[in-house]
Every structure is written in C-alpha cells, then in structure tokens.
Design a protein around this ligand. Sequence first.
Ligand SMILES: Nc1ncnc2c1ncn2[C@@H]1O[C@H](COP(=O)(O)OP(=O)(O)OP(=O)(O)O)[C@@H](O)[C@H]1O
Ligand SMILES: [Mg+2]
Length: 413
Amino acid sequence: MRQRAETIATLELGSSKVVITVADVGPEGISVRGVGIAPANDCLREGNIVNLAGLVQAINTAKLEAENMAGYTIGDVYASVSGSHVYGVTSSAMTNLKHGKVLDSDVRDVLSNATVISLPPNQRVVDIYPLSYSVDGIQNIDNPMEMSGKRLDVDAHLVTASGSAIDNMSKCAARAGLRVVKTVSSALASALAVLHDEEREIGAAVLDFGAGLCELTIWEAQGLVYTAVIPVGGHNITEDIAIGLSTPIAVAEELKVTQGHAYNTSHTNGTTIQVRGAGGRGTYNYDINNLYSIIEERVSYIFSHVYSQLVNYGRKDFLPGGLVLTGGASKMPGLIDAADEVLNMNARIGFPRDVKELSTILNDPAMATSYGLLVCAGMRYNTDIPRAKLPGGPPQQRGLLKEIVRKVKGFTV
Ligand SMILES: Nc1ncnc2c1ncn2[C@@H]1O[C@H](COP(=O)(O)OP(=O)(O)OP(=O)(O)O)[C@@H](O)[C@H]1O
Ligand SMILES: [Mg+2]
C-alpha cells in the first residue's frame, strides 16, 4: 500500500537564530508549509545554551510565525543537536542470528549493540549511521535483510553529544509547548541537505560554517565516517573586526556582511571604508584591506583547524569530491579561494537541494540544518535506501519512554 505523507515540524537552535519549519513529508518528497525564524539574541554561545528564558521566547516567536504560515498547530518536533560538545566515533558490533536469517529485529539489535561504547560521563549517542554489514564474514553488505547466516556484524558511525545539552534543549522546547520526538546532529542534517550522492560516492567533506561553530562531516561511499565540531564561526570574524577597527559589534557585523571578503587579491585600488568608532568617537577612514586582512586571518585560522581534522581522519589528500561549504558564514565572498589556498581542496557553496516551496527563505546555506532535518525525516520514504542503512537515533530513547510509562503505571523496573 502506498504510504501517505505526514506533517513534520522541525526545531533548530543555532547560535544566531532559532528556526522552526512545518512540512508535509512523504513518498512525493518534502513540501514545506511554514517557516519561522527568530534571532537567538546571544542565548547560545558556541552552540551551547546560555540563556534558557531568552531562548524560550525566541522559540515562541519562531513557532508562532511557522504556525501562522502553515495553518498548523505544532506539537512534536524533530530537533537538531549542536554545540562544541558534539563529536563522532566509529563503532563495530555483532549479534547472533536466532532465526538463521537477518530480520528487522537483528538489525535493531546489532545497531543497539554498536551504541555500547565507552563515552565520557553524560555523553550520549545522537545519531547512528550504519556504514556496512557483514553476514558470516561476507563484508560490505548494504542491505543484509533476509540474508541467511548465523552472525551479523555492523560498522557504524555514531555522533555523540552532551546529555545535559540535549536535556536543556528539550526543556526549552517543552516550555514553548514543543515535544522533541527525535534528535539529529545538525552536522549530519546540514550535510544531508547539501551533499550530492556523486560527491559522497567518491569521498567528500561538508563544513557548516555557522555563527558560533564549524561543523565538519566527512563522507565516503558507505556514508558518514567522521564528525567534528570546531568551536569558532562567523561571530568570531565579527568580533575580530570590532576589535581590529574599534567599532561596535553591530557595525562590525554589517561591515562583514556587506563588504567582507575572505580572499583578497589586492584589486582594491586604495578603496577606503568609513567606520563608526565605539562610544561616540566619530567616524574613521580605513583602507578596505584592513577589513579584508582581519577576515582572512580568522578564516585561515578556522580552515587550519579543518585541515587538522582532515589529517586526523587520515584522508586529507584523498577526498576527490572536495569540500562543500554551507551555513550562513559560507556566504562570505572569497571562501572558495581561501579553501583552495589553505586546504588545497576544490570547494563549492552548498545550498539546500531540491527546495520546492518557500525557496526565497529556504534556498539559503544558513537553512541547511533545518532543511536537512526534513530530508532526514523523508529518507524512510525513499525506497532506494535500504531500511538497514537509514540513519537513526539511539534505542535508549525508546527504552527511556517505556521506563517512564512503567513508572507512571506504578511498576518498578
Ligand atoms: N553574506 C554574509 N557574509 C558573511 N557572513 C555572513 C553572511 N550572511 C550571514 N553571515 C554570517 O553567518 C553566521 C550565521 O550563520 P548560521 O545561520 O548558519 O549560524 P547558526 O546556525 O545560527 O550558528 P551555529 O551553527 O554556529 O550554532 C553569522 O555569523 C553571520 O554573520
Ligand atoms: Mg548552524
């Protein structure tokens, strides 16, 4: 029987903005009905919540806007998880096949076993990305379902995050009347929104260049193989400009967005910019190269951290699919040249793919995470992707829910 579309709502808490979307997701793809965006007003730093009450207000504003646009009352949400505490690990696990062939329950078991890894206290698994399966030693199986055998093995990439950060995010959502029913790392969501299969198949990296964070994922033919977060972003560029040109943050932000460039090839012919000094000090003239060099320096610093992560993964010189830059800060002119210079990688800017409705809002690299949450929700309707290869959440969430239900009913565990 053909599956019907369902209505999904998403919540993204970024360092610079809160985004809520409402969309119908089903076999026909994603049809976005409403989007609400509110400034995060410094309630998050490096993606970490630092002001609960302020964030609840921002969520309420975005929620109202999205609900009005969609004509839909939002209850449950898919939420993205980000922050300096997010990182990925690779895990392997096995299970014995009790029925002589691979069933859904065996895939669930082996993926659940893959989450049993040693993590720092309070660090939780957010995403389980199955990479490949083996049945009785036959390796590199994408879809093991129904295969005969005695033993199923899996290699999976796990994205982990601070449990307290996830709890705080859910708490803010709850205070705005939203229930987080699924969490997805924003690193994974953004990549799902912008990366082409053609790039993934030959090996590629995605960098979501946000306000407080850079979220890096590395992809190979089998899927997501590496996740790292660098706690620096576009806001650091703004702060550098404010300090370097002795100007207020708001002026620095505007200068960056309207006149910034990350790779100055010195064709500026002595162009000057007028910059208002802080605290009523009047206006100063600067050579625009001053602005460019401040930006270049910070971008080089950020890319040098990306370089270290690529080296850490061990594929620095062999990602033929190149680098996809997304996130709001990827809109800075000159970034592609800077990536070429510092990383020696062929980069492009990643916009959310296949956006149909509300493209004036969604066709923007800053919307990659939110659109990616919808892509993630829609993957289970894509019959080309085997069920066993769908990225999922940890089984503990279901266990926890059952536990709560049991306790409410008065049973002890
Ligand atoms: N045209 C532009 N040029 C340069 N930077 C830009 C431009 N437009 C937006 N930005 C920067 O992009 C950043 C916001 O990006 P984005 O919306 O992806 O961040 P976020 O998701 O809220 O934050 P994070 O992911 O770090 O938690 C800000 O630092 C902003 O200054
Ligand atoms: Mg972001």
